[in-house]
Design a protein around this ligand. Structure first.
Ligand code: 6R9
Length: 658
C-alpha cells in the first residue's frame, strides 16, 4: 500500500468554474441513493441514449451470478457507435484524432503531426476490417493480439476488429517477449499486429525483435502484420510476416464492411491484468454494458462537449487508454489527442507544449506525471499558456494532496474542476469520481469523491461489516454495473474466487480504502501484491518468474515500496544458487533479465541477496512481511511464519545495502 501521507478529510475546495453547479455532498448522496435503488432502470435510461440495432429484452440477466449479462437481447456494435454514427452526421469532417509523434526538429517542434477526421478514421477502419475478413479470413469470435506503439494504427486495428466481432487483446508496447508470449498463448490469438519499432525518449524500441522472440513459443499465431513506423527494415519471416502497407495496397479506398450485429454480451476485448498469484488474468469485457458505462462517464466525469479538445495521457495498452482514449471519446464524437512518446521528452515541458499547441480543454493524466512535473519545477509550466484547460482528472494511483494542490494551482488556476477517478481494468470504466458534468460536490485534495450514479460502493472491515468511518477497510462494489467483466478468459472459477468470494455476492476490488464522515472515498492502494509503478499495474508473479529464469537465482520475492515520484517501485529479494557470487555484475545481469523478459517498466529498483525468505509453514512467501520490513513499518501478525530469522535476514540485507 503506497499512501504515506495524511488524508486531509476536512479540506474542501469549490472550483470557481461551475461554482453555481456545486451541490453539497448530502444532496448528492440523496440523489445518488435513488439511482442506486433503481439501478437497473437508471442504467437502462443511460443505455437507451446509445444507438442499438435491436433493443434489449431484459436489462440484466441475473440468473447465474456473478456472471451477469447486461441488456440481453440487444444488438450493438462498438465500431458503429464510434464511427458510422459520426460519419453519417455533421461530424463527418470533424477531427477525431490529432496524433503527434515523439521526434522533434532542431527548434523543438514536433516533426510529425497527423489529423484524422471521423471520415478518415471511418474509411481506414473499414479498409482494415475488409483486409482482416477477406485476406486473413478472420471471423467473429476469433482473437488477435495487437502489440503496437501509440500510433493511429493502434486504435484503427482495435476498431476494425470490433467491427467484425473479432476479439482483440492489446499488449502494452512497454512489455517484452515473455509477457507478450504469455498473453498471446492464453488468448490463442491467430494474428499478431506489430510494428518495426516505436519511439520512446528518442530511442527506438525494437518491437519486431521482441515479437520474434515471443513468436518462438506461440504456435497459434499464423500471420504477423508489421506496421512501418521507423522504416528500419526489420527481419521478416517469409510466409508468416507481411508489412501493413503491402497487405493493404490493393484494398479499395472506399471499401465498406457492414458492422456485425453483435450481442450486447458478446466479448469486445480481453485485457490482461496482473494479479496476486499465477499468470495474468484475461479480463473479458462485453460490448453493450461497457459502451453504456463509457457513455455515462464521458458525460458525468468529463462533461464532454463538441468544442472540446480532449487529451488523456495514458497509453492505449492499458485500460485507461482503451476506455478513455479510444472507445469513450470517439463514441462521444470528441476531438482527442494521441501523443506517441514520453511527456517529458525532449524537454520537461513537452506535455505543456501539447496543451498549448492544441488548446487542450480536458486533461486526464496521472499522479506520477504530475509529481515528475513538480520535480522539474514551475518554470517549465510558466513557459506555456494553458488557460484552455477547463477540467481535469487524474488516474492510476492515489494522488497525494501536495501534488493535487500543486497541479490545481499550476494548470487549474485554482478554479477548475479536478479529481482523482478511481477504477480498474476489471470495472471497465470510472466508478468513483468527482462529477463536474453531472452533480459536482466540493473537491477534497487526494480524495476520489463519491461513487458514480447507479453504483453502490462501500468500505468493509475484515468481517464484511461496514468499516468505521475514517478507518481503513476494503473497497467493494455492491451491485452489478454495466462494464463489469464477463469473466476471466477461460477461467470462470478464478473470476469467482478472486473477485466474488472474499465477501460473497459482492465485488472485491483488492484496494484499501477509507470513507470519511462526509461520505467521500479515499482509495489508498492495493491490499494485495499488485504493484503500481508509475500507475502501471504489475503483478509480483511475473517479476518473480522472470527472476528465477536467471540461472543464478534459486528463489525470489518481489514487493512494491513507496517512491516519491513513481508511487511505487519493485524491489527484489533473491536467494542465489550455490556457486554464485553476489557481486555488482550479477545484480546488473539479473535486473536486465527481468527487463528483457517482462519489459522496461518492470525495472527492479533494488536487488538484495538473502539466504532465507519469510514463508508460511505451507511454504508461501509472506510478501506482506517482506514489504513491511523494507518500508520499516509494523510487521504485524507473524504467527504463521515458519522461521523468524528470515525477517532479520531481510533487515540485515537492507542495512548492508550500499
Ligand atoms: C484505471 C487503472 C487498478 C488499480 C486500482 C487502484 C489503482 C487507479 C486510482 C487508483 C487511487 C485512483 N488506482 N486509479 N488508486 N486513486 N484514482 O488504473 O486500472 O491498471 O487495472 O489498476 O489502480 O489500486 O486497484 P488498473
Amino acid at each position: 500500500m503506497s499512501v504515506t501521507w495524511a488524508l486531509p478529510f476536512d479540506k474542501k475546495i469549490k472550483p470557481k468554474i461551475g461554482e453555481n453547479n456545486v451541490i453539497d455532498e448530502k444532496t448528492y448522496s440523496e440523489i445518488h441513493e435513488k439511482t442506486v435503488k433503481n439501478y437497473k432502470e437508471f442504467w437502462e435510461e443511460v443505455a437507451s441514449q446509445l444507438e442499438w440495432f435491436r433493443h434489449w429484452d431484459k436489462v440484466l440477466d441475473e440468473s447465474s451470478p456473478p456472471f451477469y449479462k447486461w441488456f440481453v437481447g440487444g444488438e450493438i456494435n462498438a465500431s458503429y457507435l464510434t464511427l458510422d454514427r459520426h460519419y453519417n452526421s455533421w461530424r463527418r469532417n470533424k477531427v477525431a484524432i490529432i496524433w503527434e509523434g515523439e521526434p522533434v526538429d532542431e527548434k523543438g517542434n514536433p516533426k510529425e503531426v497527423k489529423q484524422l477526421t471521423y471520415s478518415d478514421l471511418y474509411r481506414e477502419v473499414n479498409r482494415v476490417s475488409y483486409m482482416l475478413k477477406e485476406k486473413l479470413g478472420l471471423r467473429k469470435g476469433d482473437t488477435i493480439t495487437i502489440y503496437l506503439p501509440m500510433i493511429p494504427e493502434l486504435p484503427i486495428f482495435m476498431l476494425a476488429a470490433a467491427r467484425l466481432g473479432i476479439v482483440f487483446t492489446v499488449v502494452f508496447s512497454g512489455f517484452s517477449s515473455d509477457a507478450l508470449a504469455t498473453r498471446m498463448n492464453d488468448a490463442e490469438a491467430k494474428v499478431l499486429i506489430t510494428a518495426d519499432g516505436g519511439w520512446r525518449r528518442g530511442k527506438v524500441i525494437d518491437l519486431k525483435g521482441i515479437a520474434d522472440k515471443a513468436l518462438e513459443k506461440t504456435p497459434s499465431i499464423k500471420k504477423v502484420i508489421v506496421v512501418r513506423r521507423i522504416g528500419n527494415g526489420v527481419r521478416m519471416n517469409e510466409g508468416r510476416d507481411i508489412y501493413y502497407d503491402e497487405i493493404m495496397s490493393d484494398i479499395p479506398h472506399n471499401a465498406y464492411v457492414e458492422p456485425e450485429r453483435l450481442k450486447s454480451e458478446d466479448p469486445l476485448y480481453i485485457l490482461y491484468t496482473s494479479g496476486t498469484t499465477g499468470k495474468p488474468k484475461g479480463i473479458v469485457h462485453d460490448i453493450g454494458g461497457y459502451m453504456t458505462l463509457l457513455h455515462g462517464t464521458m458525460k458525468w466525469v468529463f462533461d464532454v462537449r463538441d468544442e472540446d479538445v480532449y487529451w488523456c495521457t495514458a497509453d492505449i495498452g492499458w485500460v485507461t487508454g482503451h476506455s478513455y482514449i479510444v472507445f469513450g471519446p470517439l463514441m462521444e464524437g470528441v476531438t482527442g489527442i494521441i501523443y506517441e512518446g514520453a511527456v517529458d521528452y525532449p524537454q520537461p515541458d513537452r506535455w505543456a507544449s501539447i496543451i498549448e499547441r492544441y488548446k487542450v480543454s480536458i486533461l486526464y493524466t496521472s499522479p506520477t506525471a504530475i509529481r515528475s512535473f513538480m520535480k522539474y519545477g514551475e518554470e517549465w509550466v510558466k513557459k506555456h499558456d494553458m488557460t484552455s484547460v477547463r477540467l481535469m482528472h487524474s488516474v492510476g494511483e492515489p494522488i497525494n494532496p501536495e501534488a493535487f494542490e500543486w497541479f490545481y494551482n499550476q494548470v487549474g488556476r485554482n478554479e477548475i474542476p479536478f479529481g482523482s477517478t478511481w477504477w480498474m481494468t476489471e470495472t471497465g470504466g470510472i466508478m468513483i469520481s468527482n462529477l463536474p458534468g453531472y452533480l459536482m460536490i466540493p473537491m477534497k485534495p487526494g480524495s476520489n469523491g463519491m461513487p458514480i450514479p447507479g453504483l453502490e460502493a462501500d468500505v468493509l472491515d475484515d468481517n464484511g461489516n461496514p468499516a468505521k468511518l475514517e478507518e481503513r477497510g476494503y473497497l467493494v462494489l455492491k451491485n452489478p454495473w454495466p462494464g463489469m467483466p464477463l469473466t476471466i478468459y477461460k477461467d470462470p472459477e478464478r473470476y469467482v474466487k478472486v473477485y466474488w468470494s472474499k465477501f460473497p455476492g459482492i465485488f472485491y476490488a483488492g484496494d484499501y480504502a477509507v470513507k470519511d464522515r462526509d461520505g467521500y472515498f479515499w482509495i489508498l492502494g492495493r491490499a494485495d501484491e499488485v504493484i503500481k509503478v508509475s500507475g502501471h499495474r504489475l503483478g509480483t508473479y511475473e517479476l518473480e518468474s522472470a527472476l528465477i529464469e536467471h540461472p543464478s537465482v534459486a528463489e525470489a520475492a518481489v514487493v512494491g515500496v513507496s517512491d516519491p515520484i513513481k508511487g511505487e517501485v519493485p524491489v527484489a529479494f533473491v536467494i542465489l544458487k550455490q556457486g554464485y557470487n553476489a557481486d555488482d555484475n550479477l545484480v546488473k545481469e539479473i535486473i536486465n533479465t527481468v527487463r528483457e523478459k517482462v519489459g522496461p517498466i518492470a525495472t527492479i529498483d533494488k536487488l538484495y541477496f538473502v539466504s532465507k525468505l519469510p514463508k508460511t509453514r505451507s511454504g508461501k512467501i509472506m510478501r506482506r512481511v517482506v514489504r513491511a520490513v523494507t518500508m520499516n513499518s509494523e510487521v504485524g501478525d507473524i504467527t504463521t511464519l515458519e522461521d523468524e530469522a528470515s525477517v532479520d535476514e531481510i533487515r540485515k540485507a537492507i542495512q548492508e545495502f550500499k
